[in-house]
Design a protein around this ligand. Structure first.
Ligand SMILES: [Ca+2]
Length: 610
């Protein structure tokens, strides 16, 4: 634990210097112009709701109200295994933009739900959801207001927010004319459904929700927040750039930034693993391309090289930039010289893992997405599940004999129907003699007429190229969002196997081009060891919602956000040797948490952000 102690004390002295000279959040680029001051927004004031059933008569463009009922105090709900007791609220359901598609003949609508507490805090909480949305059927996506992080202690509804959630404009189980394995994504063939899912539903639902709140409480919300993770985090990023007037504060958990490119990466990885996987019926079983022992070996070697770089051997690698220099797959993981050898990887496995971690490339070697950091969290089951299939409660490992594993159903149909222009015919994936697995394996990443290029293609009746619809326009320019006094918090785990933390870091770096003091309105928090959204060997329990409200309404910028580890019963992939309730500060990028060299290593107060 005392390794690098002298270095730690030196950097701690540097922290004091940072404090005196006014922050160490990175130097502005030469030539960046001065921006006007960020306005300070006022604190929301609450109200008591007088109406509920009467809201059934509420009217708005393209709206059909379905129900408005009072739910008495005490309703129990379980979200992701955690039980919550809800306050009295008015539960409202409705539909907007109902129509029949001229393209696929299916009925579409933006279904929404709102929960309006009796005692309201004066704020709207918009909850964009994960995956491809398309459902309101489970508590995780219903209008309770997930506050994110691991095992949160409450919901936004319990905090007094008026919560709205939607299916983003399509019902992922409705189209029974296609095979169940592609039913969630096939909506992407309809241009309007694709645009609504990409971002359009936010602009339709949010003004209606604010007006409905005004009808219920006698005043519109003083402050409005959007809080989402994964795809919901992507929606937050797109909203900040495309609809900057709608929200005062946005929390984007590990965002699906550059989503179509990230799906290219998933296909790239599946193809890379297939090249080394054992064959079943002549086809690759990618679920067995890397063993648990393989990933344990890599994770242990990463820890040996990188754990102490942040000043403390504690199983958490905070300094991922230094780790990038310190760890080499080639040099630090032994290459097996015979099939009988253990504690080594074959040359083929090393080459494959290296190819995956570098991310997809075009034929000229140019990156099509981002590279991924090596992290001890790569040993976690969740990393294997996302890369190789084998989801609990899903359809098992990805292989030729099981072409509809969850990893395949997310990547293959997503690329085929949502992110390709023109989209594929359903028959290409689930027709006679064809499978999703075959589509993924046959997907041409580069070369003349490559399938990958379809994410950038325009025309064919689609308003924009898929890539442009699903990503923020001018992602490094948030001037309009900034100038209204809005704030944004983004966080991302270093072991996230779905969206690379490096892609999010690159976006945050690029923000400095237009916003020399980007940290005055956008802050990025990197979470060591965390998998996708939560989980992994990480301090993954934190509260970003309080942080964004304090920042927006009181001007208290988050200097650090305290995160704690969870016990094994809550986070099966934590490090079981860690004491329960270990805390660490999450620091605004590019700062990282460093141990001061004295004080309990279990307590965040023994660490500085610098
Ligand atoms: Ca460490």
């Amino acid at each position: 634990m005392q390794k690098n102690r002298n270095k730690t004390l030196v950097v701690a002295a540097g922290a004091l210097l940072c404090t005196f000279v006014g922050g160490c959040a990175g130097r502005p680029p030469a030539g960046a112009g001065a921006e006007p001051a960020v306005p300070q927004l006022t604190v929301a004031s609450g109200a008591v709701r007088e109406k509920c059933a009467e809201l059934l008569d509420f009217s708005h463009t393209s709206l059909r109200m379905l129900s408005a009922e009072t739910i008495p105090h005490g309703k129990q709900v379980s979200i992701d295994g955690v039980a919550y007791q809800l306050p009295e609220h008015c539960y409202v359901r409705g539909r907007m933009n109902e129509r029949t598609s001229p393209v696929d003949g299916q009925g579409y609508a933006i279904r929404f739900e709102m929960s309006l507490p009796k005692d309201w805090n004066g704020r709207l909480f918009f909850q964009p959801n994960g995956g491809v949305e398309g459902s309101l059927a489970v508590p995780m996506v219903q209008a309770y207001g997930r506050t994110l992080g691991g095992s949160p202690v409450d919901t936004a509804l319990q905090r007094g927010f008026a919560v709205v959630t939607t299916d983003s404009g399509h019902d992922g189980s409705a189209n029974t004319s296609v095979a169940p394995a592609i039913r969630q994504q096939v909506f992407g063939i309809d241009p309007q459904a694709r645009t609504e899912n990409a971002h359009g539903y936010v602009a339709v639902v949010t003004p209606m929700a604010k007006k409905l709140i005004a009808a219920a409480y006698g005043k519109a919300p003083d402050r409005s927040y959007m809080v989402g993770t994964s795809n919901g985090g992507r929606v937050g990023m797109v909203t900040a750039a495309r609809y900057p007037a709608l929200f005062d504060g946005i929390v984007s958990g590990p965002p699906a930034f550059n989503l179509p490119k990230a799906v290219l990466a998933a296909i790239w990885n599946a193809q890379a693993m297939a090249a080394i996987a054992p064959l079943v019926d002549g086809k690759a079983d990618i679920s067995r391309s890397f063993s648990q022992a393989d990933m344990d070996l890599v994770a242990n070697r990463v820890l040996e090289r990188c754990d102490a770089l942040d000043g403390l051997d504690d199983g958490l690698v905070f300094d991922i930039q230094a780790c990038r220099q310190a760890f080499s797959l080639k040099d630090d993981v032994p290459t097996c010289s015979s099939a009988l050898e253990t504690n080594c990887l074959t040359a083929a496995k090393k080459n494959t893992l290296d190819k995956m971690m570098q991310g997809p490339k075009d034929r000229h070697g140019n990156a099509l997405y981002a590279e991924w950091p090596f992290d001890p969290g790569m040993r976690a089951l969740g990393w294997r599940q996302w890369q190789m299939g084998d989801f609990a409660n899903a359809q098992g490992p990805a292989s030729a004999s099981n072409p509809t594993s969850r990893i395949m159903t997310l990547t293959g149909p997503g690329m085929a129907f949502m992110f390709s222009n023109p989209p594929q015919s359903p028959d290409v994936l689930t027709g006679q003699g064809t499978t999703i697995f075959d589509y993924v394996m046959g997907f041409r990443m580069n070369g003349e007429g490559a399938d990958a290029l379809k994410i950038f293609a325009t025309g064919n009746g689609y308003a924009e190229a898929p890539y442009d619809e699903y990503t923020p326009p001018h992602p490094d320019d948030l001037a309009a969002f900034r100038q209204r006094g809005a704030k944004m918090i983004v966080y991302h785990g270093t072991a996230d196997p779905v969206f690379s933390v490096n892609d999010t870091i690159r976006w945050y770096e690029a923000l400095a081009k237009n916003h020399r003091n980007r940290a005055e309105f956008v802050r990025l928090f990197v979470v060591p060891g965390m998998l996708h959204s939560y989980g992994g060997p990480a301090a993954d329990k934190f509260d970003m919602v309080t942080a964004i409200v304090d920042w927006v309404e009181k001007g208290i910028a988050p200097q650090r956000i305290v995160a704690s580890t969870r016990p094994v019963r809550e986070n099966s992939e934590t490090n079981p040797t860690w004491p329960e309730g270990r805390t660490r500060p999450l620091c605004p990028y590019p700062q990282i948490a460093r141990y001061l060299g004295e004080g309990s290593i279990e307590t965040e107060t023994s660490f500085v952000c610098l």
